[in-house]
Design a protein around this ligand. Sequence first.
Ligand SMILES: Nc1ncnc2c1ncn2[C@@H]1O[C@H](COP(=O)(O)OP(=O)(O)OP(=O)(O)O)[C@@H](O)[C@H]1O
Ligand SMILES: [Mg+2]
Length: 232
Amino acid sequence: MSSNFVCKNLSKIFSTDGVTVSVLSQIDLNFKAGEFISIIGPSGSGKSTLLSILGTLDNPSNGDVIFEGQNIFTLNAKELSDFRFQNIGFIFQQFHLIPTLSVLENILSPLFGRKVTYNKYKRAELLIESVGLKGKENSLPSQLSGGQQQRVAVARALINEPKWLLADEPTGNLDTDNSEMIFNLLEKLNLEKKCGVLFVTHDPILANRAHKKIEMKDGEIIRVEKIGEVYA
Ligand SMILES: Nc1ncnc2c1ncn2[C@@H]1O[C@H](COP(=O)(O)OP(=O)(O)OP(=O)(O)O)[C@@H](O)[C@H]1O
Ligand SMILES: [Mg+2]
């Protein structure tokens, strides 16, 4: 299977009040279409920063991200936004739901201003069912538990059936049962839709259920472990 998501010599330096901090350095990674990859590492090791750059929500200080042969940081803002819409679903560590929108509207929000060929309401309904939120369509995020909000965030990331799902600790705020439910949903998506998954977690058991486990420390990749084969 071809490598369709590659980062080369990626680095990220943050400068605050004249102080520069190197947060990522010399990151070289290669992801195959349909791979399920877990990313682990201590707090502050750069996991969210790496995911933000791969999802084009932030720029690298140096290096390239190449997606299906295209260097994505050469795209202009409109092209980048289209790239994200067509290829990437992002689940944020802090949910980032829109507080004034209902569950249904939050899930549909990536489609605002976009023309799609499928019935978006039907798809949203199926997603709501698959994350166990039937009956909560009209609730506001503030009326939901943390776990329920996270499930809305998962459904929102999946609405346009992305090629890659970038999930930043999607089970971090959940109890064991909900955690298992979300993880099973990601596994099913990976298996049935061949959606690649980059899954950041602090849970060593879930991390070991991926095809490949990447370990970060102090902004570097210190270990890449192959666990299983990509489902063909
Ligand atoms: N916008 C920013 N400006 C300055 N420093 C930042 C910024 N964003 C992140 N950092 C720093 O970069 C480092 C890596 O942060 P990051 O959020 O990527 O870590 P993480 O591995 O996701 O941690 P956690 O497991 O706690 O979520 C931290 O030291 C953090 O303080
Ligand atoms: Mg993080």
